[in-house]
Design a binder for this molecule. Sequence first.
Ligand SMILES: [Zn+2]
Length: 177
Amino acid sequence: MNVIGVKKHINKLYKDIYKIIKNEFVTILNSVYQEIYDEAIALGFDGELRNLDEAWIEEFFGKYSPVTKYVFSNEIDRKESYLFEAIVSDPSFSLQSYAKAERLLVGQIKQYAIELEDDIAKVVYEDTGVEKVQWVAKIDYKTCSDCGGLNGEIFDLDEAPEKQHYGCRCYLIPVKE
Ligand SMILES: [Zn+2]
């Protein structure tokens, strides 16, 4: 097997994927902002609309997440190395390696789509003068005790806890005083 060729191929693949993910996130950025902004305005808050750009996404991908416990852009590199090593160590399992790499990456993207919405909500709340937010948990048989315990709690915006775990379905709503 041409190991250098494989490395080049994987590297190009992950560069292309990263570019696509970034473009997708930039595209949804302002529509999500607008949606949350409209909700805040409907509740009686007010402030100037902001235009979030690619630089904002770059920063978002470059910061540490307490939920995933990694930095998005570093993790893409780590996943690239993982796939390269999996293929080189066992070329006959290349297809399975690709399938697993895809699953891991899709999981990462899904989690960050959720985090993106949380981060945008915080920007909107800052922009529209929201000072207090309320934790809302989805209550059903899957609700964990951490999330259930936080349900209904009110926090200062800058002290609101992060999502509690992977797949956490809780969110924050603005509180009008
Ligand atoms: Zn939760």
